[in-house]
Design a protein around this ligand. Structure first.
Ligand SMILES: Nc1ncnc2c1ncn2[C@@H]1O[C@H](COP(=O)(O)OP(=O)(O)OP(=O)(O)O)[C@@H](O)[C@H]1O
Length: 257
């Protein structure tokens, strides 16, 4: 037994079309850490996050969550794994024509039978829980607003509240600020940091921006062309470290500093 909530052991992933997503990745994440994964577009950041909740399968290696290998999980084990892991996406993934309340409650469907969730038969306790989750991201007053009437930053915070409904032990955020302006970027990152510090949720965030990574991370992991080439606690991070991560992989993508 270790105190690692996530252990990634010699994980490689080749997509069906032959593209290499990850190469021999080893990474241990401790409970309560706030880890930012940086790298150019195509470095493998999304692939890595999505292997942890099994949205993507891996080609070789092993992934342990709470000391249990998850790579062969099926049925209830897989549902329980996904219930414990909240996922935040770049484009929020809200049902735009539904209210904020409905969207947030949908984070709870993993706890309901299909029939009850289809019929929106949510309990009073869960409706209260939705208000609490929205309070945690300072959006309680938007309960009955339609999601498409909110700003991008507010929509992302609704997505965070929806993830909180799962009582997640881990939140995986895949480029959560890529569609946001600088002001709302800070609000969303502050929300994630607060949930990490106050609720002890382990958080892994994929980002392009090194400066935001340095502002919020406990630890920064760098990927390049599917390989892990950097892993340091924030107090050891130096600007020069990023030169290697952001050397062009072929693509010559822009680097945001
Ligand atoms: N479904 C897929 N099928 C085939 N190749 C894929 C698939 N998804 C990603 N890839 C490839 O795997 C590699 C890693 O992509 P990934 O999306 O993980 O990178 P990323 O660092 O998250 O990039 P971005 O910041 O652009 O999202 C890239 O070469 C990408 O083209």
């Amino acid at each position: 037994m270790t105190n690692h909530i996530i252990s990634i052991r010699d994980v490689s992933k080749t997509y069906d079309n032959g593209t290499i997503g990850l190469k021999h990745i080893n990474l241990d994440i401790k409970k309560g850490e706030f880890v930012v994964i940086v790298g150019l577009s195509g470095a493998g950041k999304s692939t890595l996050l999505r292997t942890i909740n099994r949205m993507h399968s891996i080609s070789s290696g092993d992934i342990l969550v709470n000391n249990h290998s998850i790579i062969n999980y099926r049925g209830k084990q897989l549902r329980d794994l996904r219930r414990n892991i909240g996922m935040i996406f770049q484009d929020f993934n809200l049902v735009k024509r539904s209210t904020v309340q409905r969207n947030v409650l949908s984070g709870r469907v993993g706890y309901y039978s299909t029939f009850k969730s289809i019929c929106n038969l949510f309990s009073t306790a869960d409706k209260r829980k939705a208000v609490t989750a929205l309070q945690q991201v300072n959006l309680a007053e938007k309960l009955y607003t339609r999601a498409d009437a909110l700003s991008g930053g507010q929509q992302q915070r609704v997505a965070i509240a929806r993830a909180l409904m799962q009582d997640p032990k881990i939140i995986l955020a895949d480029e959560p600020i890529a569609s946001l302006d600088p002001m709302t970027t800070t609000a969303v990152m502050n929300d994630l940091k607060k949930l990490n510090q106050e609720l002890g949720i382990t958080i892994l965030v994929n980002l392009h921006s090194v400066s935001i990574a340095k502002q919020f991370a406990d630890r920064i992991v760098g990927l390049r062309a599917g390989e892990l080439i950097y892993d340091k606690p924030i107090n050891q991070v130096q600007d020069v470290d990023f030169d290697e991560i952001y050397q062009s992989q072929e693509s010559g993508s822009e680097v945001q500093r």
